[in-house]
Every structure is written in structure tokens, then in C-alpha cells.
Design a protein around this ligand. Sequence first.
Ligand code: HSE
Length: 438
Amino acid sequence: MEPVNIGLLGMGTVGGGTVSVLAGNAREIARRAGREIRIAHAAARHYDPRRISGLDRIGRISEDAFAVVEDPAIEIVIELIGGYSPAKELVLGAIEKGKHVVTANKALIALHGNEIFAAARERGVMVAFEAAVAGGIPIIKALREGLAANHIEWIAGIINGTGNYILTEMRDRRRDFGEVLAEAQALGYAEADPTFDVEGIDAAHKLTILGSLAFGIPLQFDRTYTEGISEIETQDVGHAAGLGYAIKHLGIARKTDQGIEMRVHPTLIPHRRLIANVNGVMNAVLVKGDAVGPTLYYGAGAGAMPTASAVVADVVDVTRALTTDRDNRVPHLAFQPHQLSDMPVLSMEQVETAYYLRIIALDQPGVMARIAGILGEEGISIEAIQQKEPQEGDTHVPLIMLSHRVCEGRMNRALARIEALESVTGKVVRIRMEQLAG
Ligand code: HSE
């Protein structure tokens, strides 16, 4: 059979890895795909030939990405430029020309996926995006196909390697935030704009995609609550550890009777859970299905070769499906497009979770009782309380509290009242807590 002609857009970290994997594993990949896969035309402004093997196998390299999209010989376009523009124009242009698309672009899919998938359906082409979430972990394949028998109840994932690396180093080595971030950037893990990593935006892109695949709802990035790790203090990491919890930056999607929770934030989780022990730049996604129970997917969430592994798997998938009936392909968002649900995404005020609180309070009789009284009046049940030693000469002490599950709106009201007490100093530190029990 004739080789499949690929057009490659971008030869940075992931693009370079894709060239190397396609060249290095060419025979094994062709045995699986049924045809040789050949990069016929690549476009890249900057690339480092010393870090890419197999450049000599590429038919033609230019700087013009639009020329690749226009090239009539190309059947599948791989978009690895990232960002919104010109990635969106290139992807829509490729679809318009009747070409299939493989992309690792989570921002593009999370924000513009609904429009892109509609255009792809119209033209009868595939858009594959396994590499957009958790790098090399085949979590999209698992959710869309492997777990197709289940009602998915919830997902909780460590889906940003840079953030996980920073939290791990803070806990284990008490290293400086900036220094660790610079290391993640050097390793090719961090986003071009690292605030996407530390402020949770990258994780929110990925969670938006996972939530849609799990529950069959349109992509709604603007409804995903996003909180980063930049405010996490080393002392809270220590207090949490003393109580048997790890602080992880999680993306959580959960289906409730009222609607769907979509939230990214630092979270206390029990040390005894496997996912609490996912450290460094590694990613993991825990998925609870009603039939299968809890399942855990672990692996490298970024980096040249792991992400290329997912890109090339998509290319193999698309190649195998080139001759299939366009109406009988795996739907982009796992559910048939006309079966997508309009179940609402809940606001954070409506979300129910447990909390870790650190309150700096005057060390005097009655203060603890007053705080506990406010929590009780708001219907918030306390699971544990600890009073830490005051610093020498200090009249205030940290009170650490764990609450039972409560609606965030109710907790907000209680915290506003606690912060207004004269005996309490500053803002209460509040970190959400999840048991993640199977
Ligand atoms: N910046 C991302 C991370 C890269 O750190 O996980 C993969 O999406």
C-alpha cells in the first residue's frame, strides 16, 4: 500500500519528538497502522537538528505552515505549534481542505473544540487530540473507548507536571518556588507562559476536555473553576502531612444530581491513596466508573518523547480509520454529537467538599469556642482541630481545622464571619479536601 502522507506543523519539543519516534519506530508503527507513515511536508520556523533524529526522512521542510495545509498530497495534518492563533486557522483550514487533524493543543481544543468538531463533522474528517491531556498517558482512549460501558461518576487528576514537580520539591526539599519552576522550564515541561502551569490554566484546559469526555457535555472552559498553587505555603504542606494528607494540585470533575462540578485547585488527599504518591513531573488520572470502580492511569504527562507517543498513536488510529464509514467513527467527545447533554456546570458556591482551614487567632479563653460556634451556626461540622505552638512572644496561634463536607457558599459565609472577629488576624487559609474513596 502507498504510504500515508503527513504534514507536520511545528518542530519544537513535541514536534521534534514526533519526527524522532516516527523515524525510530517506523517499522513497528507500519506493522500496526497497515501502511508506512511518512512526513511528506513539515513547517517550522525554529528547530534544533541536533535534538531530532530522522530529519532526513522528511520529504520537504519549509517555514510556511499554510503551505503544508494547502499541499494536496497531505492526508493528515499534525498541529504542534500550540496556542490559539494561527493554530486555529491552520486546523480549520486543514479541515476545510478535507484533511484529518492530529493535535496536542489543549488550549485550542478546550476553547474552540466545539467549533472545530462541528467543522470536522461537516467535512467528514477526524480530529484526534490524545496528546492534549496528560502527555503520554492514553487517558482519552481509556475514557472514550475503554470505559464506554460506564456511567463515569468522577475524575480526579494530577494533570500538570510542572505544578506537581513544584509541590513535590516544596514538600521534600523545601526548595524555592522560582528555582524549581526554572528547572521544569529547562526540562521542556513548563508552558511557554509558566503562569499557565502555576495558576492552573493548563490543568483547566485539560480538565475541560476530560469532563466533556466523561459526561458527554460540550466543552465549557469558561465554566471550569481555576485556582493555582502560587499561594500554597510550605507550613500548610507540613501541617497537612502531620494530619496524614498530601497537598496535590488536582483537576476534579464530578457528576452530581444538581449538575457537574469542574474545578482545578490545590487539594488535601489522604497519603494512603496511590495518587497521593504521584510525585515530580509525573501525571495520574483517577477515574471512577459505576461498573468498573476506580481505575488509575499513571505516566509522563509532558516531554518530547512521551507526548510524541500520544501524537503518533493518534496518527496510527486515524490511518486505520481512513477507509471507515465517516458516521461510524469514535465520536470526538465520546458521545454521539446529538446526544450531548445540557446538564449545567455548577458554580463553586454550589460545590460540596471538605476543608482544611488555618486560622491565626488570639491565644485566649473563649476564642476557639467562638470560632467553633460560627461554624456550628452555619451548619459546618468539624472533623479535627489542632492548636499549634505560638512563636516565642507571639500572642496569636495557628488553629488547624478539618471540616466535614459542606457547600462552598456556606463555608464562604462562615469564613467571612470568622475573619471579622477581632480575635482573628488576617485571611483564613482554606484548602479543599477530598477523600477520593473508591
Ligand atoms: N506544561 C504542561 C505540564 C505540559 O507541565 O504538565 C504538558 O501539557
